[in-house]
Design a binder for this molecule. Structure first.
Ligand SMILES: Cc1cc2nc3c(=O)[nH]c(=O)nc-3n(C[C@H](O)[C@H](O)[C@H](O)COP(=O)(O)OP(=O)(O)OC[C@H]3O[C@@H](n4cnc5c(N)ncnc54)[C@H](O)[C@@H]3O)c2cc1C
Ligand SMILES: *[C@@H]1O[C@H](CO)[C@@H](O)[C@H](O)[C@H]1NC(C)=O
Ligand SMILES: *[C@@H]1O[C@H](CO)[C@@H](O)[C@H](O)[C@H]1NC(C)=O
Ligand SMILES: *[C@@H]1O[C@H](CO)[C@@H](O)[C@H](O)[C@H]1NC(C)=O
Length: 615
């Protein structure tokens, strides 16, 4: 009872932003005794003048690189992270979306678009990016998928030697510890990596119905990271005993004791130092506790600040499109298309299905002592559902089904609750749903059990751009995601929505008398509810990003005018500088991006070790 009150109280306090800092510190101490996460980071303000490697950003990519490079005791490694350490709250899988309203999110917003996010707060898209040890893997939804075989074979056929599926698979396996997974294709999984993967310790009855309906449609119940690219399955999650396994928990904390590895949180890099004559990167400037520091890198600077910030830092350091930089009065060291090729996954998470039994999960249903006890004592129960997502399907719409391959263009994510259960408002805040919108579409249904199926556009054609507003490193960059600027993306998404609805309205789901939420979306009320035009309007108004932003420092062969880094992830025209994070993806993969970035980190580490062998 005490716990229940405490927990409910926590969520409410955080939601209203009351005394967040004090509260988080308190929670941190409180939660550590449950999660066993100890503060192992020695956060001092003392730095050497020079390290062999300086890694910028302790997110999914950077954490792996810092770990692997410091395996060599002769190399010193400094990893600089703008944000703080994680806390107990960030460990709880179910409440992932709440973290977007904390300081663990950079909180970016896009420019206003004509093609998307029209019905969201201020008409702008929320671009959530994690800030802290662990990066975006601290605020993400923990879903573990690797993309499709064809994604990597395509990267390779664009001229990126070494990146075919066959060549990257060993690195997925290397990073992974899937020791307690069930129903998996064993030969595709690892058991001795740092990254813990498991199934959530809870399953609503809809998981079974969803998978069975998939089989009715001719899709297998598969391991989403196994042999078949298409199929329906339970989720695999980056989780350990029911708690989030972030990049930092997996790759940094276990090796934080290494004397050749210095992990420095709250250290914001403002510039990569590049010699104008030799075009060689030789160090970084950063700010910690209001003080400015300069450290040198003897061997390399590794840029792992993520798709938005890596592009920004490169441009701030003189690497970017010439006309853009000169227009801002900045010097150009290497003229490259930094910031272009931005890609992302958009989803319709706003469609709720009502059912006639209380078998779903919402903010209200989980405020009971049994669920809280189960989570804290056993690491089980609904609190372990990653961001509320229980199962997923990789499918083909009519636009992809012409070809004979198993390359999906649509993902369907089964959620244990609908937005009408988002009483505290964490999910709404992440998506940017205005209060008026909530009041007219969901508020009449508060307390009614519901679930959701969110279609995700996996292979978008639309491309966006990240650019500088000015030369101040502390200002936000300009983000123009251009979602749904290509009509085909819109048409495919409408097909995905219709698939989601037809699954929810299929026979098996009638056991719960499943019905779509009948309240129409504001802005689309003039169109016939359920028509293609209606759904297209809904997509433009309230589809939202899954946070899979990639591509702004594209990998490509020499001579590709759109490439920023080569197949070894070295920045063209600059020596001793590599980019290792999601920004190097030439095309977004047809799956969630976190696992792929761990793979990129593992592979890059081997490349770097190779080029400095014997030094
Ligand atoms: C809400 C949300 C849900 C998601 N859900 C999933 C999911 O379920 N499954 C999945 O696979 N993927 C998911 N993702 C995506 C996935 O988590 C990211 O693609 C991945 O973590 C990005 O890794 P990265 O290394 O490219 O960047 P990040 O992990 O973002 O790392 C960059 C780091 O650099 C730091 N940094 C930036 N600038 C500076 C600077 N100037 N100085 C110092 N440090 C700096 C940042 O603070 C950050 O810690 C989700 C994303 C979001 C936003
Ligand atoms: C922490 O780091 C500082 C400077 O790097 C060092 O002097 C100190 O001994 C370290 N403390 C521990 C407990 O490792
Ligand atoms: C993998 O996970 C299992 C179960 O949690 C654990 O016992 C084992 O030590 C882990 N292996 C590694 C290499 O961390
Ligand atoms: C829910 O609806 C189904 C189908 O109409 C019905 O068979 C079932 O009894 C209902 N359950 C409850 C609890 O009303």
């Amino acid at each position: 009872m005490i716990l229940r009150t405490f927990f409910g109280f926590c969520l409410i306090l955080v939601t209203f932003g009351v005394c967040q800092a004090q509260f988080f510190n308190f929670l941190n101490g409180f939660g550590r005794s449950f999660s066993g996460s100890e503060n192992v980071i020695n956060d001092s303000d003392e730095f050497l003048d020079e390290y062999d490697f300086v890694v910028i950003g302790a997110g999914s990519g950077g954490s792996v690189v810092a770990n692997r490079l410091s395996e060599n005791p002769d190399w010193s490694v400094l990893i600089l992270e703008a944000g703080k350490d994680e806390i107990f709250l960030t460990d709880i899988p179910l409440i992932a979306s709440l973290l977007s309203i904390t300081g663990y999110n950079w909180g970016y917003k896009s420019k206003k678009l004509k093609t998307a996010c029209l019905g969201l707060i201020d008409g702008r898209c929320n671009i959530a990016r994690g800030k802290g040890l662990g990066g975006t893997s601290i605020i993400n939804f923990l879903l573990y998928t690797r993309g499709n075989k064809k994604d990597f074979d395509d990267w390779e056929s664009m001229g990126n030697k070494g990146w075919s599926y066959e060549e990257v698979l060993p690195y997925f396996i290397k990073s992974e510890n899937c020791s307690s997974c069930e129903d998996i294709a064993g030969e595709f999984h690892g058991k001795s990596g740092y990254l813990n993967i498991e199934h959530p310790g809870y399953q609503s009855p809809f998981v079974k119905l969803f998978i069975e309906t998939g089989m009715d449609m001719g899709y297998p119940n598969n391991d989403p990271n196994g042999r078949n690219g298409l199929g329906f399955s339970r989720v695999q999650a980056t989780m350990k005993k029911g708690l989030r396994c972030s990049a930092s928990k997996a790759f940094l904390k276990p090796v934080a004791h290494r004397s050749n590895l210095k992990i420095s949180p709250q250290s914001r890099v403002t510039k990569i130092l590049i010699d104008h004559q030799t075009k060689q990167a030789y160090g970084v400037e950063f700010i910690k506790n209001k003080q400015k520091y300069t450290v040198r890198a003897r061997k390399e600077v590794i840029l792992s600040a993520g798709t938005i910030n890596s592009a920004q830092l490169l441009m701030l350091s003189g690497v970017g499109p010439r006309s853009h930089l000169e227009g801002l009065g900045m010097e150009v060291i290497s003229d490259l298309p930094v910031g272009y090729n931005y890609q992302d996954h958009m989803a319709m998470s706003t469609i709720a299905f009502l059912v006639n039994e209380s078998v779903t999960v919402s903010d209200l249903t989980v405020q009971n002592p049994i669920d809280i006890y189960n989570f804290i004592a056993r690491g089980k129960g609904p609190y372990t559902i990653p961001g509320g997502a229980e199962a997923l399907a990789f499918v083909k719409t009519k636009y992809a089904s012409k070809s004979n391959d198993d390359y999906p263009d649509m993902e369907l994510v089964l959620g244990a609750g609908g937005l009408n259960g988002d009483v505290i408002g964490g999910f709404r805040a992440l998506l940017g749903i205005p209060q008026k919108f909530f009041d007219s579409v969901y508020a009449p249904l508060i307390g009614r059990p519901s679930f959701s199926i969110a279609p995700v556009l996996l292979r978008p054609k639309s491309r966006g751009r990240v650019s500088l507003k000015d030369s101040n490193p502390l200002h936000w960059p300009v983000i123009e995601p251009n979602y749904f600027s290509e009509e085909e993306d819109l048409a495919t998404m409408v097909e995905g929505i219709k698939m989601a609805i037809s699954i929810a309205h299929s026979n098996r789901f009638q056991r719960y008398n499943t019905r779509i939420n009948p309240f129409p979306f504001p802005g689309c009320k003039h169109l016939r509810f359920g028509s293609d035009e209606y759904w297209a309007c809904a997509v433009r108004h309230v589809s939202t990003t899954l946070g899979h932003h990639v591509g702004t420092c594209k990998m490509g062969p020499m001579g590709d005018p759109t490439a920023v880094v080569d197949e070894q992830l070295r920045v063209y025209g600059v020596k001793n500088l590599r980019v290792v994070d999601g920004s190097i993806m030439p095309n977004v993969v047809a799956g969630h991006t976190n696992a792929v970035i761990f793979m990129i980190g593992e592979k890059a580490s081997d490349m770097i070790k190779d080029s400095w062998k014997g030094f």
